[in-house]
Design a protein around this ligand. Sequence first.
Ligand code: TXA
Ligand code: MG
Length: 316
Amino acid sequence: MAEIGESIEKAVSFLKKGEVVGMPTETVYGLAGNALDEEAILKIFDVKNRPKFDPLIAHVDSLRKVETIVEEIPNIAHKLSDAFWPGPLTLLLKKKSHVPDLLTSGHPRVAVRIPDHATALCLLSSLDFPLAAPSANPFGYVSPTSALHVQRQLGQKVPYILEGGECLVGLESTIVGFEGNQVVVYRLGGIEVEALEAVVGAVKVQVNTSSNPSAPGMLKSHYSPGKQVEVGNIAELLKGKDPHRTGVISFMETADVPRENLFRLSAAGDMREAARNLFKALRTLDKPEIDSIVAEYVPAIGLGKAINDRLQRAAV
Ligand code: TXA
Ligand code: MG
């Protein structure tokens, strides 16, 4: 079983040996390995059981290191990196030729981000290579927002998980690419569309929902707990179901089920709190006493759009 610990040195020594380790970020925990080492990248795909057509994000701690893996940072990308890095924003930029095709699944662009997490930044600054880090969950399952989540699912397959507390954002990064000067959002996430637009004007949202994603590996069915999930009007969905065997994820309100079967994302209606709680809610209700989960969409404002996107994918 993987050790959970706070030693940057230990994590560094495993990573330098080509091993993969769990690492915290502000969004979700990542399964990290040397992004420039094909063996390490293969290990990541293997541990996650992830198809190789789904490329990985490279994490670094500085713009200087971004420049070592991308051909150029266009002005429009600079505006976004100035505004949101470190933070939950991933940029797709033309990769330098030494960046392995395995990392990008053969795509000409590499996904990069500077995470806003002190432990992650400390780890990254101790290394002279970027870290490839997909969310540290088995492919298709809900992303982990604590070290314990990682240990429960991948603990047999990794030697070490770096402890960094519970993730403060709780949703993965927003993924953005560029068509000329047009900013295109490929995955809704921790930076709101409204926040991007305040910096660069209107953006195009092109969230992929096909089961064979062309650009980002945004599969239609993803973020699924082991139970059936239905999203809609909670009272309606509960009709005909045994309340003792049904989990409920509501935004603010209570519901007619036993207390331990109810997860309110934010009783106060705070969207950030709701985002932080979503994956925890799906995991908490994924237990033997429960047959299925019903949930409701939250208002589609700010992070609400990303929350609804994840609920929709969990329900497929
Ligand atoms: O918040 C996050 O982004 C977390 C933390 C650990 O940083 N990471 C994460 O990674 O969510 P992952 O692998 O679960 O999702 C990365 C997404 C995938 O859907 C992938 O298809 C897309 O990024 N992506 C990565 N590289 C790409 C590329 N070169 N072109 C297009 N899409 C890419
Ligand atoms: Mg993921």
